[in-house]
Design a protein around this ligand. Structure first.
Ligand SMILES: [Zn+2]
Length: 260
């Protein structure tokens, strides 16, 4: 029963994240006006705004103007439902669950905005860096025995390592090739990942992101015939790496580095 509630909770939050994904790059308020069709601007009735269900019942079309609704709405709601269940299964309910759910919500918004418009929004990543560090302090002082969050020191080193490593790589890449490689947005995103997950997450996230990115990149080149200049958004791969770390990396870290 509780898994069903978690799934529904995740899907409802996913519905809100869809609003953020659409409005943040357009610099619109995420609170006003209420949900409306991006094409005809007609408000969406509450019975047409039920996560997952409405998308299927409406057959992915606006009730007013019949314009297609992006499949992204369904994907994000389903993804957040699944993430809520997975985090609840892994952590049980408590501070760890709440913090990781907030973190994953931020990662989902960043990934889909990057896929959509090739921007990693500073309005998520910069407050995310501060929030990750602040939450590690909260966990350290209020729930030291039960927390799976990084220590404040590990979080701080994570910010510096995440930001610093990519900054150095980007600088060297630019000096050597004369081409701007890694975007500044990716650097702030990795600093945010370091803030929430601690410094041991940085090498593992980078490793997974490069591995998955290479496989997907090669697959895209083969399928589309695009050349080596094919530029994929990197944020979704960094975010996938961070999610893998939440579920599998922390056990590794507990085993190898018990004091972090
Ligand atoms: Zn419409």
């Amino acid at each position: 029963m509780s898994y069903i509630i978690q799934f529904l909770f995740g899907a409802v939050i996913g519905s809100f994240l869809n609003v953020c994904i659409f409005r943040i790059p357009n610099q619109q308020s995420i609170a006003h006006p209420p949900s409306r069709c991006p094409n005809c601007l007609n408000p969406i009735a509450f019975y047409d705004n039920i996560p997952l269900v409405s998308f299927i019942l409406l057959r992915a079309r606006c009730r007013s103007c019949s314009n297609p609704i992006s499949f992204r709405y369904f994907v994000v709601e389903l993804l957040m439902g699944v993430m809520a269940v997975a985090l609840y299964y892994h952590f049980g309910f408590g501070l760890n669950f709440v913090v990781q759910f907030i973190f994953v919500s931020g990662l989902v918004v960043i990934s889909f905005i990057d896929l959509d418009v090739r921007i990693v929004p500073d309005v998520i990543s910069l407050p995310g860096i501060v929030l990750g560090l602040a939450l590690s302090l909260v966990a350290y002082f209020m729930a030291r025995d039960t927390t799976e969050l990084p220590s404040p020191l590990s979080s701080l080193i994570g910010i510096l390592a995440g930001g610093g490593f990519l900054l150095a790589t980007a600088w060297i890449y630019e000096k050597v090739t004369g081409v701007e490689g890694m975007g500044g947005g990716d650097i702030k995103l990795l600093a945010m990942i370091g803030a929430f997950l601690g410094w041991p997450a940085i090498p593992i996230t980078l490793f997974v992101a490069s591995l998955v990115g290479s496989v997907v990149g090669i697959a895209c080149m083969l399928l589309t015939g695009a050349g080596r200049r094919l530029a994929l958004p990197f944020a979704p791969f960094l975010c996938s790496g961070a999610v893998i770390f939440i579920f599998f990396g922390q056990d590794l870290v507990r085993f190898y580095l018990p004091s972090t």
